[in-house]
Design a protein. Structure first.
Ligand code: HEC
Length: 301
């Protein structure tokens, strides 16, 4: 038989292990290698650092304080690091971009709040506190992303979606090689990633395995979202409806009569009860009025 003592010891050890793992968690960010090596296409200079300072003052200072002044908000757990310190400065630009983009628990995600350009400018400001920092500029030219055309081709035989990425340059069509591609299906609540993140081959395409049993709308349509990330052309998003899902004839939640629906689609019993009550009240009122009228007549006589 297991003694109570043993159980207590096990619980105490388990609690400490969890606490310790939280401790190390506050230092290490799990950053995918391809995100970590990402560089900025915005040059870090006085001008961009100054623009970044304004963004920092508005969005970051309340927690992180002024870089170099060790005045971050100490009441938070974990304490937001002073971003001029070695811990932060030893990270790659891609790491910083990833951290600012995704956030974690107390550290907010700025993916929607700040544009990609603004996020790089904040990093330009953070880097201005590091005298030994030398920037590696990315070759990305985001203005070129408009030239990119994404084409989807579904193969019913093997249930694969082939995603082509090509750019219509003035000099001709350029195939995007080694571009990172993510495929999603729009669902009621958010996006479902299809297969894993793939990279285009030397012919500028990648093949995604599509699930055979994914429900679509009444006619089997599914909204597909493609995210392409190319070293030169930057980030491109493409949306398209494909008729490759299982047709589902389930009426939407707001199509049926239900308590939560609009007046016109309320359940019959509610409409009947409500109407009869109103009728009843009206009848009682009419009866009272009529009685009053009779009383008045008697009084007049
Ligand atoms: C609500 C408070 C809060 C705000 C606002 C905030 N941060 Fe943070 N930030 C934190 C906390 C807390 C951490 C530590 C998170 C952890 O380690 O889990 C952190 C961590 C970081 C790190 C990683 C530091 C390191 O080297 O470990 C960076 C970089 C960073 N923040 C940048 C920013 C930038 C840039 C902004 C503004 C655009 C910002 N933060 C806004 C709270 C905040």
């Amino acid at each position: 038989m297991i003694s109570t003592n043993k159980i207590y010891t096990t619980i105490v050890i388990a609690v400490f292990t969890v606490l310790l793992s939280f401790q190390s968690y506050s230092q290490n960010w799990d950053i995918p290698a391809n995100k970590s090596s990402k560089n900025s296409y915005i040059p870090f200079n006085n001008e961009t650092a100054k623009a970044g300072e304004a963004i920092y003052t508005k969005n970051c200072q309340s927690c992180h304080g002024n870089p170099g002044k060790a005045n971050s908000l100490k009441t938070l757990k974990p304490v937001p690091p002073d971003l001029s310190e070695k811990q932060t400065q030893s990270r790659t630009d891609g790491d910083l971009f990833y951290i600012i983009t995704t956030g974690r628990v107390v550290m907010p995600s700025f993916k929607i709040v700040l544009s990609e350009e603004e996020r790089w400018k904040v990093i330009a400001f953070i880097r201005s506190y590091n005298k030994s920092y030398v920037q590696v500029l990315s070759k990305t030219d985001p203005s070129k992303s408009k030239l990119v055309k994404i084409v989807l081709d579904f193969n019913a035989k093997n249930n694969k979606i082939r995603v082509y990425a090509k750019a219509n340059e003035a000099s001709g069509v350029v195939l995007l090689k080694d571009a990172e591609i993510m495929l999603f299906a729009n669902r009621y609540f958010g996006k479902l990633q299809i297969d894993k993140t793939l990279t285009t081959n030397s012919e500028g395409y990648a093949d995604f395995n599509f699930p055979k049993d994914l429900p679509g709308d009444k006619t089997g349509n599914i909204d597909i979202v493609v995210n392409v990330n190319d070293e030169l052309y930057g980030e491109i998003e493409h949306q398209e409806k494909l008729n490759i899902g299982i047709p589902t004839d389930k009426p939407a939640l707001n199509e049926q009569r239900a308590i939560w629906n609009t007046l016109l689609k309320a359940p019959i019993w509610i409409i009947v009860t409500y109407t009869s009550l109103i009728l009843l009240v009206t009848l009682v009122l009419l009866y009272i009025l009529n009685t009053l009228r009779k009383l008045k007549k008697i009084g007049d006589k």
